[in-house]
Design a protein. Structure first.
Length: 222
């Protein structure tokens, strides 16, 4: 068994032992909101937000890559993905100093997908990273931005996961983020990790696993 298959078998289970990979019915907006982690679920972190929204805040809200092969890399943070979401919930997960020091800030987007499309989202990212190292994109303000992309290490969590680093080549000091997409059944959790300085790294594993557990529970009991 390869590493990815082993990770699916080991982590694609809820506390009752049911495989979330088999729970393919899309969550409703209400259930998706209820499945969002809270600060109580992840001691040491603050979770703010949780309202349904048409897309990520800021100019990235409608970010669309100009190359079809690269679109799976812009879609996770876009309000206009190639595969429309059934529901979307957004939040911010922060650590101490995130807005003025070296702490991490993670934008968290929970998405509900139609049958089979969550797996296609993760698979599309993996395929795109094989051939896409840069692309231009139109942002929500109508401007064109250019990004350099490189693969990143995905966390050992969820049914499957993919990760990559995006750098806005016009703002290398502040425009670098790690995008991590973790699938739980028919849902995905996308983390956009940024830091004021240095390598943005990825989302805390404790946060990722807590969110996977809540999505898995929601899929089993819907």
């Amino acid at each position: 068994m390869d590493g990815k298959s082993d990770r699916r078998a080991g982590n694609g289970r809820d506390s009752a032992g049911a495989s979330t990979a088999e729970a393919q019915q899309a969550l409703t907006g209400a259930r998706l909101r209820a499945a969002l982690i809270t600060s109580a679920d992840v001691p040491g972190y603050v979770v703010a937000g949780g309202a349904g929204a048409p897309g990520a805040p800021g100019p990235e809200a409608s970010l669309t890559a100009d190359r079809p092969a690269c679109r799976p890399l812009s879609d996770p943070v876009s309000s206009r993905p190639a595969r429309p979401r059934g529901a979307l919930v957004t939040a911010a997960v922060t650590t101490r100093g995130a807005l003025g020091g070296d702490g991490e800030l993670n934008l968290l987007l929970l998405s509900a997908h139609r049958n089979g499309e969550a797996a296609e989202v993760v698979g599309g990212i993996t395929a795109a990273l094989e051939e896409c190292r840069s692309f231009g994109a139109t942002d929500g303000e109508g401007g064109t931005r250019h990004f350099a992309v490189r693969p990143a290490k995905a966390p050992a969590a969820g049914d499957e996961a993919a990760a990559y680093v995006m750098t806005d080549t016009g703002d290398t000091a502040r425009g670098t983020a790690t995008v991590t997409v973790v699938r739980t059944g028919s849902s995905t959790a996308t983390y956009v990790t940024v830091k004021p300085s240095g390598d943005p790294g990825g989302p805390p594993l404790a946060v990722v696993r807590a969110q996977h557990a809540k999505l898995a529970e929601a899929a089993v009991h819907q």
